[in-house]
Structure formats: C-alpha cells, structure tokens
Design a protein around this ligand. Sequence first.
Ligand code: BT5
Length: 310
Amino acid sequence: MSDTRRRLLHELATAEGPVSGPTLAERLGVSRAAVWKQVEALREAGFDVESDADGYAVRAVPGYGAEAIAFGLDAPYAVEYHDRLPSTNDRARELAVDGATDRVVVAGEQTGGRGRLDRPWSSPSGGVYASLLCRPERPPAHVPVFTLAAAVAVTRACREAGVDAVIKWPNDVLVAGSERKLAGVLTEMEGEADRVSWLIVGIGANVDVDTTDLPETATSVRAEGGNADRRRFCQRIVETFHEYRTDPEATLPAWREHAVTLGRAVRVETPGGVVEGEAVDVEFPGALVVRTADGDRVVHAGDCEHLRPA
Ligand code: BT5
C-alpha cells in the first residue's frame, strides 16, 4: 500500500466528520486529483466512502484486508495483505532482505504455516496470521523480550474479545483453566554480534475458526464465545506489540500479569536437557527461573509442560 493511501486512511479514520478534498490534498501534500484517485481505490477495496459538499467520510469498512486493517490502526506499520500465503514469516523475510522495516504481513490463510522447530502450524481461513517486521536497536540477546511482547499483545487481544486468555512460557496463549491453545508466536531474526539487523515476530491466532479445522489441543476465540472480528484483533495485536517494542523493559511486568506458568510445577525440555521444578519468575530478556532440588536454574529456551493442574 502506498504511503499516500496509508496517510489518507489515517486522516479519514481520525476525522470527526467529513473532510474536504482540498484539506486532504493539503495534509497529504498531493493534488486533489490524487486524493480522488485514492478514494476511488478505497471504494474498489470495499470501503463505503460518502462524498458530499462537506467532503469525504467513511461509512463502512470492508471485512478484512490491507486497507481495512490500516484504517484506524494506531501504530506506524505499513500493512501488506494476501488472501493466502505459504507463511507470513517467509514473506516478511523477503521484505527484510530487501531492506524494509515497520511492516506487517497478514494472510487470510497459510499453506505452510510454521511453528517453532519447524513444527507445522495449522492455518485455516479465519485465523489471524501476522508477521511484524522491525529493526530494533538492540543486541540479538534481547530478542526474546519481543516474543514475550507479542504473547502479551495477543493475550490482551483475546481478553478484549471476551476470552480469558493466559500465557504459558514462553509464547503459548491458552484459555485460562485449560491447556487449549489459542495462539502462538514464532520469532526469527538476523543480526551481528551486537545488533539486530531485522526481527520478524510471527503471530498465529485462532480467531474466527471452527475447532474441527484445528489440532485437538487447540481452540479458537469463536469457539470460546468471544468476538471473532479479525480486523480489530489484528489491529490490537500490532498496537500492543508496538507499545512494548518501544518500551521493552515494560514487557516483563505485563507478561507476569498474564502468565499462568509462574508458581506452577513445570518440566522444561531444553536443548541442554530436562529441567523440572517450580517456575518462580521470568527474567529479562525472557528466561524462566525454575526452582529445582539443586537450586535455581535459568532456562532460556525450551518446551514447557505444566505438570499439575493449577
Ligand atoms: C508456535 O509454535 O506456537 C508458533 C506458531 C506461530 C505461527 C505464526 S502464523 C504467522 C507466522 N507465519 C508462520 O509460518 N508462523 C507464524 P510451537 O510452540 O512450536 O507450537 C506448534 C504446535 O502447536 C504444533 O506442533 C501443534 O501441536 C500445535 N498447533 C499447530 N497448529 C495450531 C493451531 N492453529 N492452534 C493451536 N495449536 C496448534
């Protein structure tokens, strides 16, 4: 989407009433003809844009797509939308290699969605599949905090949609009181020793999805009785992620507040072996502190299992 289109959407979304063509032209620094052309393009994308003597006003927004997600999005990311992609993370990687930043790639469905360690991610139509591309000025060692930020963002979006969601360390979003998974996060990056070159945070959330299209251990916002508006859900993920991206140190307190792992007996399969004990805290940038019979162990990566019901 062009920058002019994005700024036009912002102007129309934040206006109190109709905005005149000349005002829009001036604010966007383009001709009135260019404004008209962009408005026509929005109509083609499914927007109901009314125009009368007072100017342009949006009366209805299409269901899902780049323009719909960009309309009213309160975070500076350009949206790229595809009805279907193998993987939004792979597409975001292409953009990263081309030098892009501050993008969000969204797909209506994925044919090759990936989880961690190359596990498959079921991605039927109706889910939210979004990869955020950014270039934080941070060392690669800090990257896990952005995964935690994404988990907070998606948990909050689920709660706003009316589903009581919680986070299982490090990145699983579950329905409270069950181990049924609503969403997951796959973070990928490239960097030098002291600085991240690009970071892609991929989020898969079962929003407007029937559980028969998902693995047995999964559930969806719709199945849990929540509001399955994908557009709003996607916008809220991007907005909350951005909030923590710009203030990573604020992530951990938010994560603790939403976490279900702390205080639980856990078994974590790490690349260096199994660690069992009580999860007592999370440390920057996202390590789990496990109290074991041999003292506290700090676990940086792994698959975590909650051993007993809460
Ligand atoms: C994750 O992996 O939870 C990260 C998932 C990230 C997916 C997003 S979608 C947008 C972006 N583009 C991609 O290609 N990926 C990202 P992990 O913790 O490894 O969990 C994977 C496991 O979750 C699988 O082995 C299944 O057991 C289960 N699973 C697969 N699909 C699921 C779904 N839709 N909902 C819930 N659980 C699922």
